[in-house]
Design a binder for this molecule. Sequence first.
Ligand code: NAP
Length: 330
Amino acid sequence: MMAADAGTTLIQNNDDGAKMPDKKKTKFDVVIIGAGPSGYTAGIYCSRAGYDTLILSGILPGGQLVNTTEVENFPGFENGIMGPDLMLDMRKQCQRMGTTIIDDEAVDVDFRRKPLKVLTASEEYEGRAIIIATGANPRKLGLEGEQTFGGKGVSYCATCDGPFFRNQEIIVVGGGDSAIEEATFLTKFGSTVHVVHRRSELRASKVMQERAFNNTKLKFHWDSEVADIKGEQKLQQVVIKNLKTNEEKTINAGGLFVAIGHEPNTKLFKNQIELDDEGYVVLKNKTHTSVEGVFAAGDVHDRSYRQAITAAAFGCMSAIDVDKYLTESG
Ligand code: NAP
């Protein structure tokens, strides 16, 4: 998918040849911020209910599933579907329903007064209702050099960067579903894939664990953390430390994939709506936030389920709540 140039508002053609969105239009019934499964599903439901709906998709539409390989547990796909394909289909479905999709990033919001406003670098949009569906971002290790080696060996997306590390040793940090899914995927490329986990058991689902333990290209380093990353120009060595014995070992790895969870994407909404101490949006009643007319859907408020299907379901719920709100408020 194409990313917008900084400061440029890209308006996409409707892929099925339906009418082009009006570039000058800035007032909508519903403005949805974010284009993961929750944002797209909300778009489908709002547009289908007859609301003039805008999705501000950000500069990398599709959310976390764009960084996923095969999705086996989204109902309706007997043989699974690739994450990016699922998101592209959702996007097209939205457009067919008449949703305007703009591949631009919200940089500010004003929820203190009506009309509710969402600002990009170049435009100011108004909505009678807003749905926040901005999802969550990958958590960083916080190592010195992590940023320097970003794009030069350190990655947060196996699907995007795995093929760069053919026949090299690869490290994956984390013990959840993401880490195990990514490590398993990376065995297609790496000579050996080392899973470095801070505890002695995985958090990932039993099915994924079983598959991973049967994969001879995966090597597990329990009770361990990445202590240092080294290299000239690009990543060449990763130092792993056993937290119980303090023993360190160096692996000549070209790739380090960090898969240690996510942080909700809510900086934009600080001081505008109520957030909890970890930054997740607090829902007051169903999908209503602390501000009337502002709703939230998906990983931005959900720390329990965090699945594509539950994010989509929250998108549906928020659209139904918006419908009731707009109907009742005239
Ligand atoms: P997660 O379940 O929160 O797992 C994060 C992992 O990273 C945990 O093992 C955690 O260790 C470790 N970790 C956290 N902070 C760390 C740090 N600073 N240093 C080292 N390790 C750290 O996150 P996730 O794997 O991204 O999954 C998120 C949600 O998406 C989950 O609900 C998951 O089931 C779902 N998901 C599903 C699929 C699928 O079904 N195909 C794929 C991906 C994700 P501890 O275990 O010690 O806490």
